[in-house]
Design a protein around this ligand. Structure first.
Ligand code: AMP
Ligand code: MG
Length: 534
């Protein structure tokens, strides 16, 4: 790679070149019709200060450490300065929020800078989150606070290194301005440090981008946007601008979405706000808000306090919500199809279910160390395991890592069989005799199942450790890094970033970061529960 300075980044802003613009130049909140985006400038800030940047992301953009650590970098990626080729804009989209159509939403606090073409010829869109109000800001301020910016920055990088499709993050930069937030929605607003994340992805197009034009019956722009998406974001499909091409595209979106959700279930990631405006057509995890990681395994858990009563976006519900969201996308593109395409559209939606079922089985087999998923035995093994895991507080990540060390020995008594798993339990007193008998029985069945597996214990352990992470961004770890950063010390943000680059490795010097959530974190805000305030 040839290192370059900021001014030699090459931009190719196809989205704005090929799609209709809002003609109104004033940056005022409004409904925007017949246009995919509005030109908008970021709001200048007083004192940008770099908190952290991701070297991996900088590298594929061909930016060196020296460039990233320069004052100019912070000025550019906080939104104060434009470099050659950047043409900032906010895009228009709509969405279903918590199951209800919400009308126009749009980039209310995201400002796109343009698409960089890197030296490998790849297209990478750059987007600032928290750089000021846009026509789509509705009644909000267009800003973001440090805590939510660090959470997005760290989690999107962690997800990437776990092998999960996601948007990336280049940098997080303090603005020097204060932002007022009522974190608990209890009438006690406070000033918090403001920050801007630069997100990076091949494209930020969401289901809601199509929904808004369908809802407004603006079929002209709907078709323009879909044809653009086929050309730009799915060139490998070679899909033509016709009903057949649209169906091929939609079934690809279904396939990718299924794969993404299987990954979330594998590692215990709960998105928290799976509204259709937070669903990427590329099947990327996008919009890290009040997300969380399962600590104790619980299919009913959601980190989002705003969703606490209905739990629409709980862990166990993510697969069916993704399907519901895809059905909304199907409705949005239906006006571009013909009546006779309906069965094919239905079949494309079924691609989600088929892909999900198949990939879920493969994923569960790999988590348990089976070469293949054997439906006859493994469906029951999995559902019994989930029931057992949920019955007492069991740390999901630690449980699977410890299970990899299990050596089947059916003659052992329950307590001895369970012993290697003890590190996973939050409240050991919950393991009464009935529970021990239940788990002991499951472990014997598991041991028997492994006999048919033709893998050595060592080979199985390696295979399991390649899919069951040792390190995830535990909710309390993110909060500790945020507390330190708020006090001016960014070292823990950078330490976590580094550890999470190798989530499946042992990293003995960092083993404490793989430990269970400490007791103090059980009820602390930010550690177990989050509001949408960000
Ligand atoms: P979310 O559910 O956080 O993804 O956001 C839903 C919609 O609200 C999107 O259109 C966001 O751009 C917008 N939004 C969220 N927070 C803010 C904010 N602080 N200022 C302006 N718009 C926001
Ligand atoms: Mg969003």
């Amino acid at each position: 790679m040839t290192a370059i300075d900021l001014n030699s980044l090459i931009f190719d802003n196809r989205f704005i070149r090929e799609l209709p613009a809002d003609p109104e130049p004033i940056n005022a909140r409004r409904q925007v019709f017949n246009a995919c985006y509005s030109f908008v400038q970021a709001t200048p800030v007083s004192n940008p200060r770099l908190v952290a940047y991701a070297k991996d992301v900088a590298q594929f953009l061909n930016l060196t450490d020296t460039v990233c650590e320069s004052p100019e970098f912070s000025q550019v990626f906080v939104g104060n300065r434009l470099i050659n080729g950047m043409m900032p804009y906010a895009s228009c989209y709509g969405g279903h929020q918590f199951g209800h159509w919400a009308g126009q939403l749009g980039d209310g606090r995201a400002i796109n800078l343009g698409d960089v073409i890197n030296q490998r010829g790849e297209r990478w869109a750059l987007q600032l989150k928290g750089a000021g109000a846009t026509p789509y800001s509705r009644n909000a301020d267009g800003l973001a606070v440090l805590r939510s910016s660090i959470r997005e920055f760290l989690c999107s990088e962690a997800m990437f290194h776990l092998g999960i499709p996601t948007t990336r993050a280049l940098s997080v930069i303090l603005t020097g301005e204060e932002v007022i937030r009522d974190m608990f929605y209890d009438g006690n607003p406070e000033a918090e440090p403001g920050a801007v994340v630069c997100r990076v992805a091949p494209s930020f197009t969401r289901f809601g981008h199509f929904q808004i034009f369908a809802a407004r019956q603006d079929l002209k722009v709907l078709k323009q946007l879909l044809d653009y998406t086929l050309r730009t974001d799915f060139p490998e499909l070679a899909a033509e601008a016709s009903p057949a091409g649209y169906l091929a595209w939609f079934s690809e979106v279904c396939r990718r979405t299924a794969q993404m959700i299987v990954h979330w279930q594998r590692v215990g990631f709960v998105h928290g706000v799976m509204n259709t405006d937070n669903m990427s057509i590329l099947g990327l995890t996008i919009d890290y808000g009040p997300y969380g990681w399962l600590e104790n395994f619980d299919l009913n858990w959601t980190p989002n306090t705003t969703d606490a009563s209905e739990r629409r976006y709980r862990y166990g519900n993510q697969p069916s919500i993704a399907f519901w969201n895809l059905a909304q996308l199907a409705n949005a593109i239906f006006p571009l199809l013909r009546e006779q395409d309906l069965p094919a559209l239905q079949a494309a939606l079924n691609v989600y279910k088929e892909t999900f079922e198949h990939e879920w089985q493969t994923m569960m087999a790999s988590k348990l160390g089976f070469k293949t998923f054997e439906p006859n035995t493994d469906h029951a093994l999995c559902s019994d395991l989930f029931e057992i895991l949920q019955r007492v507080e069991t740390d999901m990540s630690i449980f699977y890592r410890q299970l990899a060390t299990f050596n089947p020995n059916p003659s052992q008594n329950d307590a001895d069989l369970i012993h290697p798993l003890m590190a996973a339990y939050y409240v050991p007193e919950q393991l009464d005799l009935a529970y021990q008998a239940r788990l002991g029985d499951w472990l014997r069945r598991y041991g028997k199942r492994l006999e048919a597996n033709e893998w050595s214990d060592e080979a199985r352990r390696c295979a399991m450790n390649a899919v069951n992470p040792n390190y995830v961004l535990r909710n309390y770890l993110a909060q500790l890094a945020i507390d330190e950063a708020t006090a001016g010390d960014f070292s823990m943000v950078n330490t976590l970033l580094e550890i999470l680059r190798h989530p499946y490795a042992e990293q003995p010097e960092y083993q404490r970061f793989a430990a269970k959530r400490p007791d103090w974190a059980r009820q602390r805000a930010g550690c177990s529960m989050l509001s949408c305030s960000s």
